[in-house]
Design a protein around this ligand. Structure first.
Ligand code: FAD
Length: 413
């Protein structure tokens, strides 16, 4: 059995693992990221790619102090995506990266903003949302001439607002992040954690290309989404009796996608009577060039109880009510079930920010949103420093020789 030794081992190659890898590597640590399927192939590539900035929490009335900080998140991403010069202006490139500011200029931006639209007069929750001073600047009421093409039809009677929240092409984001640290990424067939009696991890047991390997590190970072639970299972003899051991909650969704040549780009939340948007629509391009609408929001949350056929029929009905002028006769429909993996909060509520737990030499995190991954990476970096981890030198050349995972494709591809 071969033994690999690094300063930090990250398990999970979704957005959270890839962002943390870049930040920790820039701080001089030797880091290995282990992924068992494809990069982004968990929740990341199934996400709608929206860079939230707190609007969602304002709508649900839970704009707490934590969530208010999230209002700055889209700006942080904008700097990474568009303005490489700003990133490198006042400090060294490495210092900027170590602070979570990565060069994402190779990531495709699908939309600079999204629309909020209503089917009639705006519901009360929207009015209270606009009353929030902090958010008013992020929202712009639009004259009819500036409505998106899909809502220009004379039959559309509602109102439209524009939100300054970006939408990204997620596979290109994953590719961008992986390219920056390709040598440090390893495709594993299997990965499990072996704990010492004091709950420190002793080593990770890996199978790479059919061969058993053992990996040891000073610190272990689990960013494996729903896979975190299995990695933690061996701690405390699998009992989880200790309240300090983090627990996971899964929130199932039933998303729908529709592929049709006549679809015009739309990035929008349809606001109904409840706090969750009735439907959230993002537009993507399938392999071969056909546009795809990806449908989430309450449609996906409530649709968990529906079988695939019923869910697609429900989505068809929703779209025909919202856009009666849209002809989807020859469209191709599909749906997918996917769980959101988040930390279980003591009060049972949904987390509104990234969550990181640290015990012994183990760090376990969930970004909660793709958008909050830079904030989670900063938290991880601070914890690793606080633990007194010392950079032990580069092993990049050794890691580069291992097999690499593929970049995940969109679910409809
Ligand atoms: P994941 O993307 O799930 O990655 C975990 C990785 O760990 C996987 O690749 C998995 O293969 C790997 N893994 C697991 N176990 C092991 C193991 N033992 N060994 C090795 N590897 C392992 N957020 C937003 O900000 N905007 C959105 O628009 C948005 N839309 C969403 C839509 C949907 C349908 C869903 C489900 C989520 C959405 N989110 C959105 C949330 C966002 O997708 C997640 O918060 C984020 O992608 C989580 O990233 P992650 O890296 O923690 O986990």
């Amino acid at each position: 059995m071969e033994k690999i030794q690094v300063d930090i081992a990250i398990v999970g190659g979704g957005i959270a693992g890839l962002w943390a890898l870049n930040v920790l590597k820039a701080r001089g640590f030797s880091v290995a990221l282990l992924e068992k399927t494809s990069l982004g192939g968990g929740q990341t590539v199934c996400s709608q790619g929206i860079i939230h900035g707190g609007m969602k929490y304002a709508l649900t009335g839970s704009l707490t102090k934590d969530a208010q900080e999230l209002i700055g998140v889209p700006d942080l991403w904008r700097q990474c995506l568009q303005n490489k010069d700003t990133i490198t202006k006042d400090a060294s490139v490495a210092a900027n990266i170590a602070d979570g500011m990565l060069d994402l200029t190779a990531t495709k931006i699908l939309a600079e903003g999204q629309y909020l639209f209503s089917t009639g007069s705006l519901a009360t929750n929207i009015s209270s949302f606009f009353a929030s001073k902090t958010l008013r600047s992020a929202v712009e009421s639009l004259p009819r001439a500036q409505y998106p093409a899909m809502l220009q039809n004379a039959a559309y009677k509602g109102q439209v607002y524009k939100l300054a929240e970006l939408v990204l092409d997620v596979p290109s984001l994953v590719h961008n992040l992986a390219q920056l640290c390709w040598d440090n990424i390893i495709k594993v067939d299997f990965c499990s954690a072996h704990y010492a009696p004091d709950n420190n991890i002793d080593h990770l047991q890996l199978r790479i290309n059919g061969e058993q390997q053992m990996l040891t590190a000073q610190q272990y970072v689990f960013l494996a989404g729903s896979g975190n639970q299995e990695l933690l299972h061996a701690a405390h003899g699998g009992s989880h009796g200790d309240n300090n051991v983090p627990k996971l909650q899964l929130r199932p969704l039933h998303m729908v996608y529709v592929k049709a040549p006549g679809l015009t780009p739309l990035y929008a939340h349809c606001i109904g009577l409840s706090a969750t948007p009735r439907i959230t629509i993002t537009t993507h391009v399938a392999h071969g060039g056909c546009p795809v609408w990806y449908l989430g929001g309450a449609l996906a949350e409530d649709g968990v109880a529906r079988e695939q056929e019923q869910q697609i029929a429900f989505a068809q009905q929703e779209l025909s009510q919202l856009f009666p002028w849209l002809d989807l006769t020859n469209a191709q429909w599909g749906s997918l079930r996917i769980d959101r993996a988040e930390a279980l909060r003591v009060d049972g509520k949904k987390p509104t920010a990234a969550t990181l737990f640290t015990y012994a030499n183990v760090n376990v995190g969930w970004p909660t949103k793709l958008a909050f991954s830079p904030l989670l990476a900063r938290q991880i970096s601070a914890k690793i420093t606080a633990a007194g981890t010392i950079p032990g030198g580069s092993v990049g050349g050794v890691l580069a020789e291992f097999a690499k995972p593929e970049i995940a494709k969109y679910p409809w591809d």
